[in-house]
Design a protein around this ligand. Structure first.
Ligand SMILES: Nc1ncnc2c1ncn2[C@@H]1O[C@H](COP(=O)(O)OP(=O)(O)OP(=O)(O)O)[C@@H](O)[C@H]1O
Ligand SMILES: [Mg+2]
Length: 330
């Protein structure tokens, strides 16, 4: 048992000297771990990404979280801007500080968290009968059930594994729950997302703040500044990133065309979404009487089944208006 005890001592010395060596060679600083519930990081860095070859070097960023008006941060910004990196660097700094290491930041002052939850990436476990989205939802469920007011929660693009509306609805409801549920009040959440609608939460909830990753537009190119700034953004520059990745020009042009139409929110009267049209050699689909007939039949069916006695005069008027609008559009 003396040997065992000596081995334990040596193991500890080994770990601590390794942490010290890493701290020394990477300019880490001593974090201040305290009783409160703030997380204040100045010039934080990602310990692994900062070691990779990056043009212009790694850009450090600040973080501020507390248990009241800065407890849920929504992070938007273009693809490739650095959202995931930022989320992970915060989780790593907190983890390193609590395990007794120095941290990759100029300064860090943090209250102790009891658990760090993460929902990151897009893995599946097909052999265990779990699809990508199933895995995502199981992890979210786990977080919502087990987080506490002292937890740190990292959500990277929750909801993206399903259709846009389902995904957005889930993302919104999850964020709202994390903010509102009494048994979670005070938990720190960072939520990176491409659903720009989520940034509206900041207008409705006192604890929500928006952050985005700054980019600069130079002509039709964008420059990634990697700097986290307050506020929201509503562009993803996804097509630009697709171009950087080498997606064929023809596909990119077509995607731009579709984006243009989508942003105008147009739909063809014949039911064909205008976004799928080309701008030049547009081929308008032939007249489709069947479609209109169906619509009229639908209105007649609705009328047949309408329970008039249950309607207020106003509701009846609204219904009439809806039908007329549909018929006029036809
Ligand atoms: N602070 C930073 N300084 C310098 N380079 C960075 C920084 N953050 C991220 N990068 C670089 O940008 C790349 C993309 O970052 P990241 O994956 O975090 O982007 P993202 O915003 O999450 O993109 P997506 O929306 O596509 O998930 C990283 O691999 C890294 O090389
Ligand atoms: Mg990401």
């Amino acid at each position: 048992s003396v040997i065992q005890r000596n081995a334990d001592c040596l193991a500890q010395i080994d770990v601590l000297s390794a942490l010290a060596a890493v701290a020394e060679s990477n300019r880490y600083s001593c974090p201040q771990v305290e009783e409160g519930n703030e997380i204040v990081i100045t010039d934080g860095r990602h310990p692994v990404v900062e070691k990779t070859e990056i043009e212009g070097g790694f850009v450090p960023n600040d973080t501020y979280l507390n248990a009241s008006d800065h407890r849920l941060l929504i992070i938007t910004g273009p693809n490739m801007a650095g959202k995931s990196t930022y989320l992970r660097q915060i989780a790593l700094i907190v983890l390193m500080a609590q395990m007794g290491s120095f941290v990759p930041a100029k300064e860090a002052r943090l209250g102790v968290v009891d658990k760090i939850f993460t929902r990151i990436g897009a893995a599946d476990y097909l052999s265990k009968g779990q699809s990508t989205f199933m895995v995502e939802m199981r992890e979210v469920s786990d977080i919502l059930r087990h987080a506490t007011p002292k937890s740190l929660i990292i959500l990277d693009e929750v909801g993206r594994g399903t259709s846009t509306y389902d995904g957005l609805s889930i993302a919104w409801a999850v964020a709202e729950y994390l903010h509102d549920a009494p048994h979670l009040k005070g938990a720190h959440t960072l939520f990176a997302t491409h659903y720009h609608e989520l940034t509206d939460l900041a207008k409705l909830k006192e604890g929500v703040k928006n952050l985005n990753v700054a980019v600069k537009e130079v002509g039709d190119k964008i420059v990634f500044l990697r700097r986290i700034v307050p506020g929201s953004t509503n562009r993803s520059y996804g097509i630009h990133v697709a171009q950087l990745a080498g997606v064929p020009e023809e596909v990119l042009l077509r995607a731009k065309e579709i984006l243009h139409n989508l942003e105008k929110g147009e739909f063809d009267v014949t039911g064909v979404p205008k976004f799928a049209r080309g701008r030049k050699k547009t081929k308008v689909p032939p007249f489709q009487p069947r479609l209109f007939q169906d619509e009229e039949e639908l209105i007649i069916e609705e009328l047949k089944h309408l329970d008039i006695m249950q309607l207020t005069p106003l509701q009846a008027l609204e219904q009439l208006y809806r039908w007329q609008k549909k018929l006029v559009r036809i």
